[in-house]
Design a protein around this ligand. Structure first.
Ligand code: NAD
Length: 407
């Protein structure tokens, strides 16, 4: 197997990696490193959980074999992954990626243990989606060597890794993570610490907006999904919500609202769906109805009742959905993120494309629309719907500078 080393990783033996947690993410992160030649130590809390992780890795490898991976390569990859339920062999690893349950107490215990067992040079990364990297660093005596390495699901396929320094993380640690992620074929983007980081923060605004469009009567379920797929997305927001589950969606939406305030107001429909147990594929019905094999059998007709319940409290919108309007909150959030210097402007679109599979990123969409037109539509919507569309000051400044596109 050939490897392309990014600068700084050249001439070094392949680092031994440890992954803590062998659930959905941990097992695919372990596979990602193993298929790039690294030996991986995979840690779980019990033999049973470890076996579940192995079974998941076997399933992912079987998928890769169906796409052309040979039996020999598959076996070699699998042999690079060894399991453990304690930290005894952690002294030899160069990098740990923690992918355990999203709970601060669980992660505190893990980071304290890692700090005890790992060599002082070892870098400790977390795959957390929402917890503070700075806080995780504070559980150790090496906050300069703690950072976020946020992979996307499934990690062995999705290209993006958000590399997130905490307040105390050193420049060397960030460079190490950027180089290592690049050396395993990922697009590694430095993202400053903020709630949901870059991609999920922007995604959250768009996911919420799709629900507002639905409940305001501007478009139906299939119409929304089809329009965004035709526009730039690989999958509609409502089909995606059904895959991930409305309960997960609600906790993410509540978290974003708590961190960012009114522009992230939680759509009532999401609350009502969770209250009613209409969670998506896992309960057999969400926006769509599903059969036993999770195959879609049409729109969920019972949802009409829930939409009516919610719509009573919302001002009905006039006219038809304009698909660009559905992306305005995401575009606005992109300008807010740039204003906060969350990432380099040139990284923003590529991160969104790699993380979400968009064919065009939000800045490109805004530039296609023309920034002046984009601002005008934002202002019109702000008059009608309020906070969700309050134009970002940076967008206004681009227009005041007579710039009609971002780049
Ligand atoms: P999961 O529930 O599938 O797996 C978590 C695993 O961690 C479980 O198998 C559990 O037994 C194990 N675990 C708990 N405590 C442990 C300990 N002390 N030592 C070793 N293992 C321990 O969760 P997941 O979806 O894989 O998420 C893991 C992390 O990745 C979370 O922080 C989550 O926010 C983040 N994340 C998830 C996704 C996603 O799409 N699922 C995407 C990006 C990031």
């Amino acid at each position: 197997m050939d490897f392309e080393y990014a600068e700084g990783v050249k001439d070094r033996a392949l680092a031994q990696i440890a992954v803590v947690g062998a659930g959905t993410m941990g097992s695919s992160i372990a596979l990602t490193f193993a298929q790039n030649g690294h030996s991986v130590l995979l840690k779980e809390t019990s033999e049973d959980f470890l076996q579940k992780g192995y079974a998941n890795i076997e399933r992912l490898l079987a998928g890769r074999r169906r796409k052309g991976l040979s039996e020999e390569e598959s076996l070699a990859i699998r042999e690079r992954i060894s399991g453990t339920i304690d930290y005894e062999n952690f002294a030899d690893v160069e990098l740990v990626i923690e992918a355990a349950s999203e709970n601060i107490e669980v992660k505190k215990g893990i980071f304290e243990a890692l700090d005890e067992w790992c060599n002082l040079d070892c870098i400790l990364a977390s795959n957390t989606s929402s917890l503070s990297i700075t806080q995780l660093g504070s559980f150790t005596r090496r906050a300069d060597k703690v950072l976020g390495m946020h992979f996307f699901n499934p990690a062995h396929i999705m290209k993006l890794v958000e590399v997130v320094p905490g307040l105390e993380t050193s420049h060397e640690t960030v460079l190490y993570a950027l180089n290592l992620a690049a050396s395993i074929g990922k697009l590694a983007v430095r993202v400053e610490e903020c709630a949901s980081f870059l991609v999920n923060r922007l995604l959250g605004r768009y996911m919420n907006e799709s629900l507002y469009v639905l409940t305001s009567g501007l478009a139906g379920v299939e119409e929304i999904d089809q329009a965004v797929v035709d526009y730039v997305m690989p999958i509609g927001p409502l089909a995606l919500r059904d895959m991930n589950g409305a309960d997960i969606g609600l906790s993410v939406a509540r978290y974003n609202w708590q961190e960012y305030g009114p522009r992230f107001a939680v759509p009532q429909l999401l609350e009502v769906m969770v209250e009613s147990g209409v969670l998506g594929q896992k309960t057999g019905a969400g926006f769509y109805a599903y059969d036993g094999d999770k195959k879609r059998s049409g729109v969920n007709l019972q949802l009409t009742e829930l939409i009516e319940k919610v719509a009573r409290f919302e001002a009905p919108a006039k006219g038809k959905m304009q698909v660009e309007n559905l992306f305005l909150p995401m575009i606005n959030e992109a300008f807010l993120a740039l204003q906060e210097r969350i990432c380099q402007p040139e990284d923003l679109d590529s991160a969104l494309k790699a993380g979400l599979g968009m064919r065009k990123g939000p800045l490109e969409l805004a530039s296609d629309m023309g920034l002046k037109q984009c601002l005008q539509q934002m202002e019109e919507n702000f008059q009608i719907y309020g906070e969700r569309f309050r134009p970002a000051p940076l967008l206004k400044r681009f227009v005041w500078a007579n710039r009609n596109s971002v780049f």
